[in-house]
Design a protein around this ligand. Structure first.
Ligand SMILES: Nc1ncnc2c1ncn2[C@@H]1O[C@H](COP(=O)(O)O)[C@@H](OP(=O)(O)O)[C@H]1O
Ligand SMILES: [Mg+2]
Ligand SMILES: [Mg+2]
Ligand SMILES: [Mg+2]
Length: 354
């Protein structure tokens, strides 16, 4: 059983208060940094906070991708089992979370950061990164009105440092993503999906390894192209490593022509975003808010939807129930068609627990 232990670490001129809280098998970290009175803190520019935070998230996600690749290259994955044999964690999960949480926590005092993994004291300043994506900063003037004056205390950042850990361990590297979600007043607002191994099996000197997609609701999503979905068939994407009879029953109810069984929530949302599947259907309570917050914002910024299997909007405030107990349904279009056709028997098995 995990213990709850508040821990305060002093880092340079700021104190980073990390309170480890546990919720059943999940250990959650929420970090809020308090800047001492005497430290002058000024936004690097007068761009809205949300734009700056998204720009920093894109930049640090790229850095995180380097960490993921370096650890795989070294071959010392440091695998440990969390709650069960299919809930593993590697050195990449741990190190990437430390990199992202510390980098964003220091730049943006007052925001709340919740990550999948436990937070250890930042023991390597090389992990701290404070760059910002020029591409995102260039959008400052187009910041949607509802986000122009967002304050740090309205924000919760959800970090899945490595989504698709099972597939990372098994070497299915293009299933792996780094996910950052930004929630404003409990609603998914912006997100980043970084694919450290995008193009990894494409030959050629000028092939760029890795890709970062990002999006802000009301502004748009960038970094990928969507192709029209085939009209004459139904393609569903779903879990590869966490199947259950209910997951299968839900899929069977649509009589799909094809089922893409791949790892990672972020990876499956990318498949929907690019038009390679009509729907991501996961009728299981297995994935969590850090899996869905970022991908949901990117999908919704281009008119798609991500809800639970009852059609409820997922909440992302700091005290929300972390597991998505009523599953995940994500589409680029025709969401209501899929919602309506989920059998009542499946719905009855997956209750919402807020
Ligand atoms: N039954 C379960 N137990 C633990 N984690 C689960 C799970 N079902 C799904 N997940 C997590 O949800 C994410 C998507 O799952 P899948 O790849 O099966 O679609 C993965 O995140 P992580 O790899 O970040 O842990 C996976 O571990
Ligand atoms: Mg995990
Ligand atoms: Mg995950
Ligand atoms: Mg993870």
């Amino acid at each position: 059983m995990l213990r709850t232990l508040p821990a305060v670490f002093n880092i340079s001129s700021r104190s980073l208060k990390i309170s480890l809280c546990t919720l059943g098998p999940f250990r959650l970290c929420s970090i809020s940094t308090q800047v001492h009175r005497n430290s002058r803190y000024k936004m690097a520019s007068d761009a809205p906070l949300l734009i700056q935070l998204e720009a920093a998230s894109v930049a640090v996600a790229n850095k995180a991708g380097e960490i993921v690749r370096d650890i795989m290259k070294k071959g010392e994955l440091g695998i440990i089992q969390k709650t069960h044999i299919k809930d593993l964690q590697t050195e990449a999960d741990r190190k990437v979370q430390m990199c992202i949480a510390t980098s964003l926590g220091r730049q943006f005092p007052g925001i709340t950061i919740i990550g999948e993994e436990e937070m250890e004291k930042c023991n390597d300043e090389n992990l701290v990164y404070n760059g910002k994506s020029d591409e995102v900063m260039a959008c400052a003037s187009k910041c949607p009105d509802q986000y122009k004056n967002v304050k740090p205390e309205q924000i919760v950042v959800w970090i899945d440092p490595l989504d698709g850990t099972q597939e990372y361990i098994e070497g299915l590297l293009d299933h792996v993503t780094v996910l950052i979600g930004i929630a404003v007043d409990g609603q998914s607002a912006a997100g980043v999906i970084h694919q450290p191994y995008f193009n990894y099996n494409v030959k050629g000197d000028d092939v760029k390894l890795g890709r970062t997609c990002w999006g802000i609701k009301g502004l748009g999503s960038y970094g990928f192209t969507h192709k029209p979905l085939p009209k004459d068939k139904t393609i569903i994407t779903t879990t590869r490593s966490h199947p259950t009879p209910t997951v299968q029953e839900a899929i069977d109810s649509f009589k799909p022509d094809e089922v893409l069984r791949v790892g990672g929530c972020g990876h499956k949302v990318m498949i929907v975003l690019e038009g390679d599947a009509h729907v991501y259907l996961f009728a299981s309570p297995g994935c969590k808010k850090w899996d869905t917050c970022g991908p949901q914002a990117i999908l919704e910024a281009v008119g798609g939807r991500l809800t639970d299997i009852h059609g409820n909007i997922l909440e992302y405030h700091k005290d929300v129930q972390k597991p998505n107990t009523a599953g995940v349904l994500a589409t680029f279009e025709n969401h209501d068609y899929y919602l309506k056709n989920i059998p009542q028997g499946i719905r009855d098995q997956l209750k919402v627990k807020l």
